[in-house]
Design a protein around this ligand. Sequence first.
Ligand code: ARG
Length: 584
Amino acid sequence: MEKILNLISQRVSAAFERAGYDAAYGRVTVSNRPDLCEYQCNGAMPAAKAYHKAPIQIAEDVAAALQDEAAFSQAEAVKPGFLNLRLNPDWLAGYLEQMRTAPRFGVEPDPKAGTVVIDYGGPNVAKPLHIGHLRSAIIGESIKRIQRFFGNTAIGDIHLGDWGLQMGLIIAELRARKPDLPYFDESFKGDYPAEAPFTISDLEEIYPAASAKSKTDEAFAARAHDATYELQNGRRGYRALWEKIMEISTADLRKNYDRLGVSFESWLGESDAQPYIPPMLDRMREMGILVQSEGAKVIEVQEPTDTKEVPPCIIMKSDGATLYATTDLATIWQRAQDFRPAKILYVVDKRQSLHFEQVFRAARKAELVSPETVMRHIGFGTMNGKDGKPFKTRAGGVMRLETLIGEITDFVRAKVVENQLVAADEVEETTAKIAMAALKYGDLSNQPTKDYIFDLDRFAAFEGNTGPYILYTIVRIQSILSRFGAWEDLPIRTPLTAEAKDLMLALTRFAEVTELAYRDDAPNLICAYIYELAGCANKFYHETRILTEADPEKQKGYIALIALTKGVLDTCIDLLGFSAPEKM
Ligand code: ARG
């Protein structure tokens, strides 16, 4: 379906032409003076220069040519040369009726849609998820849903940090604690026990202990290095132990991501990219792009147009070890082979932006992806506490994601119970939905690159620019619809009040907003939009007697309008990654 701004721009362009001017001047925008008009066209100003006429003269000619145009109830020339426009309410209703009955409320899929891999997990195995992982998960999930909405096949890849020294540290520490486990006995040839020799809490205690020990105990650090090396070279017992660590850890990760309403289509990790490294290095060598630099092997990625220094991408250290960048490059190659993606998007802390710049450039030089494949790092800022510093626990430590979700849930539950929002057996489900809306909207309403302050009181408020306020609006509409009865097939009617028309105008912007959010990977635009839409809906509700309206035709028109509003709001919150409860 054509977006409304394009439709009315076409009408105004045609009027420019009828009046003897170039159609290109007919571009319409939403009015920045809603008190004066709904839309405006400023084309008479530049046209005045081209035609050596007063702008107001041109605006008046065009206004005259618009008098019989059905889309507008008002087309007025005002000094110095603006065209102020108001939509004809019947025409507006016709447009919205089309939107109501169209798939995805009239949003057209991207003609260039393809497969998109989105890398938005990056948790490290055997370490608890902490709030650093929260933004990646929340923003990534929303971007994935937006990509899908526009017709892409979106694959969320968790890209586990499951390789390297952290694994060696755990193995070395386990060996120190339980040397008798069969995993450490090189002569052991039987089957290893099905049961893991640790729980997730053990692992979460072992890793930091091992990491601290390696900083003071050199012999231990060396053993951890050796264990890493042996694991990577396939030592059977270590490999089996690693699999147990993966099993316990991923089960816990799944539970946490589930709770957040975040899911991944692909559970690959850094370890899965390792087999691609040797052939990738051969390829780089053959292409002659791998150069020696202080004993290391690097790819030069500086470009003549750079205004800043972009250091070379280090592929292999002098001791033969590969690095974070090497794994990311191999992963790109792997993804290119598995999916032939149109895009690979990385939702990762913005502090890694240089890393991705280097990796993308090196990937292009090594031709690991087709030249058309878009690779983009969507860097996000930090979630801060009220003191403006990175969010911490009260004791000053890094907060676990589980703890944070627990705190939000408790806070919201207290409100749900205190205000008796739902029956006792619905408290948990309703609480979980409101808590997710508070958390996710609180995050997503900020531009991803910006840091923001986590403020539970504000995020969980039922009023203001918050997730719960949006849910509240939806639930309220739902309750009217349920009391009314069969509303599904009622057509949109001509608006009878200013509030109804404002609400309808806000609804027409849905396609435009979602398209911008898609183009710029900016869920915050959807948040801003639904806040405005919910505001219009609540104003309409306040000023209109809906269920007590005596005229059944009028009433049906009101119901159709709020039903469409609810449909659009539901679609938007689904794109953001949360949903509304039945009641609240
Ligand atoms: N595991 C990494 C970390 O904790 C994040 C991974 C991000 N994704 C990527 N493809 N590099 O920093």
